[in-house]
Write a new protein. Structure first.
Length: 149
C-alpha cells in the first residue's frame, strides 16, 4: 500500500449475507496496513410508497446484528470501527453520498452472484457505485457454486 493510503477511511457496505465476513476481513487488513479507519454501514432501503423517515424496526434490528458482527471481526484485528444504519430510497446513492461525506479513500463491497435470464446480473447498487463513487472500489464476489455456473 502506498503512502497515499496512510490513515485512509475504508467504507464497507454490509448486507447481512455470506459475503460480509470476508469483506470485513479485507477491510480490516487494509486498515491495519494503512493505520486507517473503517466505517461499516447497513443500508435500509425504504419503499417509495413509505415516507423516508418511516420506522422499520425489523430492518433496523437486522442491520444492528449485521453491524455487531462486523464490530466483532474488527475487534479480532484490533481495529476500531464506526458503524451506522442509513435509511434511503437507493442503496447505491446512500453508499456514494456516505463515501463523499466521509472522504472515503476506498469502498470495499460485495457483489452477490445473480443469474437472471441466464446472464450474470449485478443488480442496481453495484453499477451505480462503480459509476459514481469518488474513490477506489474493491469488489468481492464469492466463488461460483456448481449450480450457479
Amino acid at each position: 500500500m502506498s503512502e497515499k493510503y496512510k490513515g485512509a477511511t475504508v467504507l464497507v457496505p454490509l448486507k447481512g449475507n455470506s459475503t460480509d465476513e470476508e469483506v470485513m476481513r479485507w477491510a480490516c487488513s487494509v486498515a491495519k496496513k494503512t493505520r486507517g479507519s473503517i466505517y461499516a454501514v447497513n443500508v435500509v432501503v425504504v419503499k417509495q410508497e413509505l415516507a423516508l423517515e418511516t420506522e422499520l424496526p425489523e430492518e433496523v434490528a437486522n442491520g444492528e446484528k449485521v453491524l455487531e458482527a462486523a464490530s466483532e471481526i474488527a475487534e479480532e484485528y484490533g481495529i476500531d470501527v464506526e458503524t451506522g444504519i442509513l435509511q434511503a430510497r437507493s442503496a447505491g446513492v446512500a453508499i456514494v453520498e456516505e463515501a463523499i461525506v466521509r472522504s472515503a479513500s476506498l469502498i470495499i463491497m460485495a457483489v452477490t452472484y445473480r443469474n437472471r435470464k441466464g446472464e450474470f446480473n449485478m443488480g442496481k447498487t453495484v453499477p451505480y457505485v462503480l459509476k459514481n463513487a469518488p474513490c477506489r472500489i474493491w469488489m468481492y464476489r464469492e466463488e461460483l457454486q456448481k449450480d450457479q455456473a
